[in-house]
Design a protein around this ligand. Structure first.
Ligand code: 13P
Length: 252
């Protein structure tokens, strides 16, 4: 059966020296999580090396927040999959709404990044989610389906074992306005069903689907009590040792 994944997306926060200290505290604090829970943190690129050293030998896995879709070459300012792998990165977050909206990443580019990352042996946290205006006009399922289908184009059933989907409603990100467990569960069930239609019941039963958007140590248990919610992708609350630890030790 599927594993839970609690992940911290640090976004553009913490310089390497701060990140190193923070990771050291986290390793101490987060030791005894349940065996069926994976924990991952995704620091900025500049802090990956320092954090990798600190979490070595711990249960915490390393993630990156972005990757380029090319092998290497003239792509000024970009970071390749090999560069991440060489530092011990295991996961990469792709399709985050901040990259979709601020940096205009399309489903097509997201699909290229996913394909290339999988080819390289990275695991992918693939983010989808609707804007407030889309929710209010009843388009949530359509939007999410388009993102899921577009992002997963030509991805094989076997490769789906290396993908986690993160449902992050854009209106809940960084707003303090967490989706209710019922709102989240409804979309998670829809995503799982979409995966079943695209692949098979086996693939859909086994895929981990995280919720993200203003998750805190007080909202996590309610969300995790839902059948189709298999983890959390946490922004703000992942930057505090106590709250991220409590989230990783959620009560179902
Ligand atoms: P917040 O938890 O700060 O709302 O951010 C969620 C998020 O975007 C994680 O990727």
């Amino acid at each position: 059966m599927r594993k839970y994944l609690i992940a911290g997306n640090w976004k553009m926060n913490l310089v390497p020296s701060e990140a190193k200290k923070f990771a050291k505290q986290l390793v101490e604090s987060i030791k005894n999580v349940d065996k069926d829970v994976d924990v991952m943190i995704a620091p900025p690129f500049t802090a990956l090396d320092a954090v990798a050293q600190e979490i070595k030998g711990s249960i915490i896995k390393l993630g990156a927040q972005n990757v380029n879709d090319n092998e290497k070459g003239a792509f000024t300012g970009e970071v390749s999959a090999d560069m991440l792998l060489d530092l011990g990165v295991e996961y990469v977050i792709i399709g985050h709404s901040e990259r979709r909206t601020i940096y205009k990443e399309t489903d097509e580019l997201i699909n290229k990044k996913i394909s290339f990352s999988l080819k390289k042996g990275l695991k992918v946290v693939f983010c989808v989610g609707e804007l407030l205006s889309e929710r209010e006009s009843g388009k949530t399922n359509d939007v999410v389906k388009t993102q899921v289908v577009g992002g997963l184009k030509n991805i094989s059933a076997d490769d789906m074992k290396s993908i986690v989907i993160a449902y992050e409603p854009v209106w809940a990100i960084g707003t303090g306005k967490v989706a209710t467990p019922e709102q989240a569960e409804e979309v998670h069930a829809f995503i799982r069903n979409t995966i079943k239609d695209l692949y098979s019941k086996e693939v859909s039963d086994n895929i981990t689907i995280q919720y993200g958007g203003s998750v805190t140590d007080t909202s996590v248990d309610g969300l995790m009590s839902k059948e189709n919610i298999d983890g959390a992708l946490v922004g703000g609350a992942s930057l505090k040792v106590d709250s991220f630890t409590r989230i990783a030790k959620f009560q179902k």
